[in-house]
Design a binder for this molecule. Structure first.
Ligand code: ZN
Length: 183
């Protein structure tokens, strides 16, 4: 681990992520998660491609069921228009920031295009303590950090102890999530 990675406060970073309220699902919510056939994404912030797919399945179901509603402004640059969920903590889907396409792209390209990313941050941050302003250029092992705290049950996102889903949602979740190799 590099010095800058060792000094980074992962708990403060996680706490700075948005916290989206969850509503009860529609009575006619889908009984199956959406299944995609495209290849799994690479690891990000310690989360595996399987974990990223599982979070997408849950997030898309929550959106379609009316449990989650995304804001109509980007949570970085505040530009109006449609937003997309950015997975940052894949063990806690309701903490996904909602971003415009341009900010989402710049965020993922920050490893290679740090200056372009920081221009967006500098134009958008007010306190400097926003999650996106705290985000370092290097990868953060958020997944490993959460498992150190909670154990592997952190990865069981339908029953996660980190941010438990309300009972009204939990009882309606479909049973076909992509299997996790551990949980
Ligand atoms: Zn934006």
């Amino acid at each position: 681990m590099t010095d800058c990675a060792a000094r980074f406060d992962i708990d403060a970073y996680i706490a700075a992520l948005p916290r989206r309220a969850l509503s009860a699902p529609r009575p006619n919510a889908a009984t199956r998660y959406r299944v995609w056939n495209y290849a799994l994404l690479k690891d990000y912030q310690g989360f595996t491609g399987t974990e990223r797919r599982r979070a997408s399945q849950l997030g898309n179901w929550l959106l379609a069921a009316g449990c989650l509603t995304l804001p109509e402004r980007c949570e970085i640059c505040a530009s109006p228009g449609s937003t997309q969920m950015h997975g940052e903590n894949y063990y806690d889907v309701p903490s996904d920031p909602a971003l415009c396409r341009a900010c989402h792209r710049a965020l993922h390209l920050r490893f290679w295009q740090w200056d372009a990313w920081r221009r967006i941050v500098d134009a958008s941050a007010i306190t400097g303590q926003e999650w996106f302003a705290l985000m370092p250029q290097h990868s953060i092992d958020i997944a490993g950090h959460l498992r150190d705290t909670w154990g592997w049950c952190a990865a069981d996102i339908e029953r996660s102890p980190i941010a438990p889903l309300p009972d009204a949602i939990a009882v309606m979740l479909p049973g076909n999530m992509l299997p996790h190799p551990v949980v």
